[in-house]
Write a protein that binds this ligand. Structure first.
Ligand code: EPU
Length: 437
């Protein structure tokens, strides 16, 4: 198993282009199941999760047809040839929860699906009741058996309906995407109320529209879909990854850095920029550019002010950047408060940061962080993707050596993180764990 060995204390400096978003790429790839014609996606990040999604789609008869471009090529052409197999098996879905997003496309196009029920994960319970409620509202007959979701559209086709997707924690991103995808081929009109407004939902709607779907309102809590009989081919560039961009913003902030992010989706990061500015980070976006593909300079003098952060659905502060900003706030001059409103148990990084000298007290879904003057390198254990990113950031700022174990979590969502940070001047190496014992 690989680990990262980080020598902290280096200031980040340089330019980096933000990759396509993992959380857009995964559902957009599954949209290829909705058409019999090829779908071309550009800027697909080369990640463990996107490779897993390719494997899952291949099992469902939807193949990558530009293999010759190489496994890490960012252009991915998907063609659904064979509609016989509609079973998304447990051994793939358990490694990648986003496997659930084949459910809507399979049901919409093939009239049936069998998808393994994703379990919980280290960030807490991950129910799919809202996905199922939405698809049932479109007429699907859904049964749970042997750990799988068995879904069928009576007569082979769903029918449009009014669907309410609000739950106790707000809306659901992948649930909205599943219902949206299924509704594109339903008979009649579907209205999704309390839809998730995340940029990944908007990107899905853009791709589906390019394929011939009739959708309005994506990005707002009310999406209207007029079902069509079939969808065709399309070419679409994946939206840049706001979480990757936000992670590098925090990396610049915690290392007293001065970096330029290209292809930076500042429009999707307003709440993050707001909080980081309150901490003392400075942002300068090049004028006149598309705010989803901006060039943005991020500088910090590392005189960090404490702030309050509450994670919320978009456009609020994203839960996927909570661990990273917490790592930063460990070094602020005073007490910060971080409240997690999306996944109340998502605090696995707290105990690991404490091993590096951080002072954090957790009370339920709130953590109070008392800033310290310095963090000290230590061996730490990555538990989930974003918690691990937070530990890497802490390691970049810490005195001495930090070893981040179980780097495979990071590889799920950050493409060659060590190379990208290394290019900005960080001292970070990927080594086999046996070499550091
Ligand atoms: N929820 C329900 N019922 C449902 C679905 C969700 O109660 O049927 C609750 C969840 O328990 C949670 C809240 O609703 O409290 C929001 O969950 P959501 O469904 O929006 O999460 P998701 O769609 O499963 C995506 C991202 C996550 C990200 C969340 C929130 C992908 C592949 N995953 O998950 O990303 O944290 O939205 O923004 O898009 C990550 O990238 O590290 C990651 C975990």
């Amino acid at each position: 198993m690989d680990v990262f060995v980080i020598e902290g204390g280096r200031r980040l400096d340089g330019t980096l282009r933000i990759n396509g978003a993992k959380n857009a790429a995964l559902p957009l790839m599954s949209a290829a199941l909705l058409s019999d014609e090829p779908i071309t996606l550009l800027d697909v990040p080369a990640l463990a999760d996107t490779r897993n999604m390719l494997r899952l789609l291949a099992e469902l008869g939807c193949h990558r047809v530009n293999e010759s471009d190489g496994p890490d090529a960012t252009r991915v052409v998907l063609h659904s040839f064979d509609r016989a197999q509609s079973h998304a098996r447990y051994d793939i879905v358990r490694t990648m929860r986003a496997g659930i997003c084949v459910l809507g496309p399979l049901l919409g196009r093939r009239g049936e699906a069998r998808v393994s029920m994703p379990g919980g994960c280290t960030i807490g319970d991950r129910p799919v009741d809202l996905h199922l409620r939405g698809l049932r509202a479109l007429g699907a007959d859904i049964q749970l058996a042997q750990g799988d979701i068995f879904a069928k559209a009576p007569g082979g086709r769903l029918r449009g309906a009014r669907v309410f997707l609000g739950g106790p924690m707000g809306s659901t991103v992948l649930g909205t995407i599943n219902v949206l995808a299924a509704a594109t081929l339903a008979r009649g009109e579907t209205i999704i109320e309390s839809a998730a407004c995340e940029p990944e939902v908007v990107d899905m709607a853009r791709l589906l529209t390019a394929m011939g779907a009739k959708i309005s309102g994506a990005g707002s809590p009310r999406i209207v879909i007029e079902g069509v009989d079939s969808l065709g081919s399309a070419t679409h560039a994946i939206v840049p990854d706001r979480i990757e961009a936000g992670t590098f913003m925090c990396a610049a902030a915690i290392t007293n850095g001065d970096i330029v992010l290209e292809n930076c989706p500042i429009d999707g990061l307003m709440s993050v920029i707001d909080r980081l500015e309150a901490v003392g980070v400075r942002f300068q976006a090049a004028p006149g550019q598309d705010p989803m593909h901006s060039t943005c300079r991020v500088t910090s003098s590392r005189v960090l002010q404490p702030v309050e952060v509450t994670t919320q659905p978009h456009p609020g502060f994203p839960t996927d950047l909570q661990a990273q900003i917490m790592a930063l706030l460990c070094l602020a001059d005073g007490n910060s408060v971080v409240t997690e409103k999306i996944f109340p148990e998502r605090f696995m990084h707290v105990a690991e940061l404490a091993r590096m000298g951080a002072r954090i007290h957790r009370h339920g879904s709130t953590a109070v962080i008392s800033g310290v003057k310095r963090l000290i390198g230590a061996p730490v254990m990555a538990s989930d993707l974003r918690a691990s990113a937070g530990l890497v950031l802490a390691g970049l700022a810490a005195e001495g050596t930090t070893i981040v174990n179980r780097v495979y979590h990071i590889d799920r969502g950050y493409e060659r993180m060590e190379e990208r940070l290394g290019a900005l001047g960080a001292r970070i190496e990927r080594v086999d764990e046996k070499e550091v014992e």
